[in-house]
Ligand binder design. Structure first.
Ligand SMILES: [Zn+2]
Ligand SMILES: [Zn+2]
Length: 94
């Protein structure tokens, strides 16, 4: 293996996909080469974590059977409630 120079999809700049990074990718089983330079990846990460959007999972309310979405993966060991029912069931937060 040797260092590769790739072009960032976002800023069009060149960046080095180092041997160490390639090994890391291989270990993780990633098949694609990185698309973005370190700066753009960092910028995207901050954007994503600062936005309110999260992965939402579909679920059915255990109370009223309304389809709803929840910000966590329903596992079946806890009932899932829609927003309205959740407000009724959630312990009051102080
Ligand atoms: Zn970039
Ligand atoms: Zn409900």
């Amino acid at each position: 293996m040797q260092d590769k120079t790739l072009i960032c999809k976002d800023c069009g700049g060149q960046f080095v996909f180092s041997v160490r990074d390639q090994q890391f990718y291989a270990e993780k089983g990633f098949e694609n080469e990185p698309q973005r330079c370190r700066e753009c990846r960092g910028a995207r990460k901050t954007q994503r974590s600062s936005s309110a959007e999260r992965d939402m999972y579909e679920a059915v309310c255990a109370q009223c059977a309304t389809p709803t979405t929840v910000p966590f993966k329903p596992r079946g060991d806890r009932p899932v409630y829609c927003r309205a029912c959740f407000a009724l069931h959630a312990p009051a937060r102080v």
